[in-house]
Write a protein that binds this ligand. Structure first.
Ligand code: GAL
Length: 659
């Protein structure tokens, strides 16, 4: 698909519906304004009901029906749902949980990334699919598997994982002495005599060695990368010129998505704003306020994060990103599943496009009247009538047709995001409520409340051209990342715990912030986690909550703010700031706005519930709140309103052309 103007898609399961519905379905998709259809990703049992008994005719037929209607197809490899006969052939292909229980057949994702036999099967079925459909003109892209890691499946404590982990450790350390030294195994007499002694870090009496766990997390992440790469290589060999993509999840960090994305053309993700708010929202009041809309920053954060993933192969691009699954109405899997506000499906779609999505594809075409997801809405109801999501998708399609072309451009602000640092604080949080993902999202939200466009960047990605760089949570600062910070000519704000661990999860020589001392001459002498009711006031600007550090400042470092107890809360050397704790919202707002001002970046306070994002000269303004909001302050004089009005109703969207 050479033209990358934003368009709409849908996830479709022809195998769920009688053959005589397919033509009508395809025609109605086209009528709705949909141009892309994803199929196939859970089809294995119908394609190969028993070993080597291939029954592709129905899928061939479905491809032809969709192609004839003029739809572009994304074909999924079916490896997320291995059929029963395969599990019976290789009962040990399933993942094993941390308690040592094998996971069972009867839902999906019942495989272990480390299982060599299943890896062979994954390559076999991928090759069969790729050969059959690789050159079909309607196939524009391939999706590998489905949602790696979903349902807690990245890590497995199986024999296959243990054996693979030993090989991985031998390759990483060379000698077992080097491993003992790196992990600090002299502590508690944990020394190993050979790589064959290395076990998986579960079922230990008390906590396992953090360096051991961190390596196991790296190993598990690497298995996802390797599994994906095998499929990608096969697809590329048989399906030249097609995009290869995977659908990542929201609020999910168990493998390094940047590493997986190196092999992909597009990073796509599955956006379920209301389900995710239910699972991860801040508190009950927040969840009540946004229960029909989702967190006002979570979707944007993931758009920008996956745009960063979509850029790892080619830094000169803005980053290729799609939403592969967009929530179309109530979902079924959160603790509570409220109905989105009328208009929300339209809002989420426009917002995704504003952040650079090439395709926004709804999950699913028609609600299924059977099995696990009966309560999950689709664009159509099970009785084939149009549900609200259908109407909203159709409206977006019409609106898109009238919008001028626009390109995502580089932002002035960057936020550094690192997966391994999140693993490190999950392994040793040192405070029950310390969560690196939440911290990064809070900093991102604060930037959005100041109306910023944000590029999320992987540590080590060049930072030249950014006027302000925010680093909320980077425990392990690699040499490569240090160089980018040193070469950055913008302002940089580092959060607490930056540089506080080496790659082997040790305290760095000379104490934290380790390599950052080249940029700001400070030393962290003591840290404490704070109980929920406790905080350190920082003047009248806010407080440090959850986490606070006692920092010794060298000559040349200014203390910009102090806690009531007299400890530095914010320190500065030149253009580099260090924040000595977890800033609450008010302290953080001050830090962000002041940094933007010093960096000469224009900011606009969006006000409650409103958010903005610019793509080229198109500004999209959205209202996530349950009340109408005036947006006049977000529309510069001379701007032309293309969609919506200045006062946005609930779930309102305005798109304006900036002068
Ligand atoms: C996703 C998954 C889909 C469907 C959807 C329901 O996690 O990829 O297959 O289950 O959730 O919201």
């Amino acid at each position: 698909m050479a033209d990358r103007s934003p368009t709409l898609g849908v996830c479709y399961y022809p195998e769920h519906w009688p053959r005589d519905m397919w033509e009508h379905d395809a025609a109605r998709m086209v009528e709705c304004g949909i141009t892309v259809v994803r199929i196939g990703e859970f089809s294995w049992s119908r394609i190969e009901p028993s070993r080597d008994d291939f029954q592709f005719e129905w899928l061939d037929d479905a491809v032809e029906v969709l192609a004839k209607a003029g739809l572009n197809i994304v074909m999924g490899t079916p490896t997320a749902t291995p059929p029963k006969w395969l599990v019976d052939e290789m009962p040990d292909m399933v993942a094993v949980d941390a308690q040592g229980n094998p996971r069972k057949f009867g839902s999906r994702r019942h495989y272990d990334f480390s299982h060599i036999g299943f890896r062979v099967e994954s390559r076999r079925i991928t090759e069969i699919f790729a050969k059959r459909y690789g050159e079909h003109p309607a196939i524009i892209a391939w999706q590998t598997d489905n949602e790696y890691g979903c349902h807690d499946t990245t890590m497995s404590y199986s024999d296959a994982a243990r054996d693979g982990f030993r090989v991985w450790l031998a390759a990483r350390y060379g000698t077992v002495d080097a491993l003992n030294e790196a992990w600090g195994n002299i502590f508690w007499s944990m020394e190993l005599a050979s790589f064959e002694d290395a076990e998986l870090p579960n079922l230990t009496v008390t906590e396992p060695n953090p360096a051991h766990v961190l390596d196991f997390r790296r190993y598990s992440s690497d298995q996802v990368v390797a599994f994906n790469r095998e499929q990608v290589d096969i697809i590329r060999a048989h399906s030249p010129g097609r995009d290869v993509l995977h659908n990542f999840m929201q609020h999910y960090t168990e493998f390094d998505h940047f590493d997986v994305s190196v092999d992909l053309d597009v990073a796509t993700w599955d956006s379920y704003p209301i389900g995710m708010l239910e699972r991860h929202g801040r508190d009950a009041a927040w969840k009540n306020w946004y229960m029909r809309a989702g967190d006002p920053d979570s979707q944007a954060f993931h758009h920008d994060l996956y745009r960063a993933c979509g850029r790892v192969k080619d830094r000169s691009q803005a980053g290729r990103m799609w939403v592969m699954e967009q929530q179309p109405g109530p979902v079924n899997w959160a603790p509570w599943n409220p109905d989105p506000h009328p208009g929300m499906v339209r809002l989420w779609t426009h917002e995704a496009i504003a952040h650079g999505a090439e395709v926004v594809s709804y999950f699913r075409w028609r609600q299924a009247p059977f099995a696990q997801e009966q309560f999950h809405a689709g664009l159509l109801r099970p009785d084939d009538t149009e549900d609200r999501g259908y109407d909203e998708a159709a409206q977006v399609a019409l609106e898109l047709a009238d919008l001028p072309k626009a390109q995502t451009t580089r932002a002035k602000v960057a936020l550094v995001f690192d997966y391994a640092s999140i693993w490190a604080t999950e392994i040793q949080p040192q405070g029950a409520d310390y969560d690196g993902f939440t911290l990064a999202l809070e900093w991102y939200s604060a930037l959005r409340r100041q109306g910023q466009n944000i590029d999320i960047v992987r540590p080590g990605e060049a930072l030249d051209g950014y006027s302000a760089v925010f680093v909320p949570h980077l425990l392990m600062v690699s040499d490569k990342a240090s160089v980018t910070f040193e070469n950055c000519d913008g302002h940089i704000v580092f959060g607490s715990r930056t540089g506080s661990r080496t790659e082997h999860h040790r305290i760095p020589d000379g104490l934290p912030p380790g390599p950052l001392r080249a940029l700001i001459d400070i030393k962290i002498n003591r840290v404490e986690s704070l109980r929920p009711a406790h905080c350190h006031l920082v003047g009248n600007t806010g407080s440090l909550v959850k986490w606070a550090e006692q920092v010794e400042a060298g000559r040349g470092v200014d203390v910009i703010a102090e806690t009531a107890e007299g400890h530095p809360a914010r320190l500065r050397q030149g253009k580099v700031d260090y924040i000595a704790g977890w800033p609450d919202e008010s302290l953080l707002d001050g830090i962000i706005s002041d940094t933007l001002d010093r960096a000469g970046i224009e900011r606009i306070e969006t006000g409650d519930d409103l958010r903005v994002r610019d793509r080229g000269n198109l500004r999209t303004i959205v209202n996530y709140g349950p009340k109408p909001r005036d947006t006049a302050h977000l529309i510069p004089s001379g701007a032309k309103v293309l969609v919506g009005e200045a006062t946005l109703g609930v779930a309102g969207v305005a798109i304006v052309e900036l002068p």
